[in-house]
Design a protein around this ligand. Structure first.
Ligand code: GLN
Length: 192
């Protein structure tokens, strides 16, 4: 059984732990480099990407996270977690750093004021239609040659994969549908 961590610096950690357990993984929170070293894969939750970035730096986690992602550890970022996996943020706050891992440029809070939070059915390649919960969600402005687009909504990219890195603008951990987590658990099994 794969052991999958959830980066537990800020954000909706608990919901991901529950979804991963429902998808037949052993799930545990990860805050420190020693804990990161013990997991086979990692989820980066939704929350606030600037806060997660600053806390990751404070906890000495940025470099260890970058190293493991570079070395091919499977990683899944939702919403703020997607932003953390971007090579480049279009509109970063000052001091906002990312882990990287997916060649893409993201736009934070992209869906705008009128539409800050909404639900929509999103057709995810290889998974099928899923209910997407979007909360001040980013979209992916553009992707590199190696990045696979898994879903779009309203003409904007909202799910991507590059190698062992998966990211969605929306929050599957909030719906009780565990197929996105099951996809990630399969990626971790395949890498192990
Ligand atoms: N808007 C948040 C950010 O920029 C992301 C929101 C979320 O994770 N639900 O980090």
């Amino acid at each position: 059984t794969p052991v999958i961590g959830v980066l537990a610096l800020q954000g909706d950690v608990r919901e991901h732990l529950i979804a991963l357990a429902a998808a037949d993984a052993v799930a545990r929170p990860v805050r420190r480099p020693e804990e990161l070293a013990e997991v086979d894969g990692l989820v980066i939750p939704g929350g606030e990407s600037t806060t997660i970035s600053k806390l990751a730096a404070l906890f000495g986690m940025l470099e260890p996270l970058r190293e493991r992602v570079r070395a091919g550890m499977p990683v899944y970022g939702t919403c703020a977690g997607l932003i953390m996996l971007a090579d480049k943020i279009l509109d970063p706050r000052s001091g906002q750093e990312t882990i990287g891992g997916i060649e893409m440029i993201v736009r934070r809070n992209a869906f705008g004021r009128q539409n800050e939070s909404f639900e929509a059915t999103v057709d995810v390649l290889g998974v099928g239609p899923v209910e997407g919960v979007f909360i001040r969600a980013p979209w992916v402005e553009s992707v590199g040659a190696e990045t696979e687009v898994l879903a779009e909504h309203g003409g904007h990219i909202v799910a991507v994969r590059q190698g062992n890195a998966l990211a969605t603008s929306f929050h599957p951990e909030l719906t009780g549908d565990h197929r996105m987590h099951a996809l990630f658990v399969d990626m971790v099994r395949a890498a192990g």
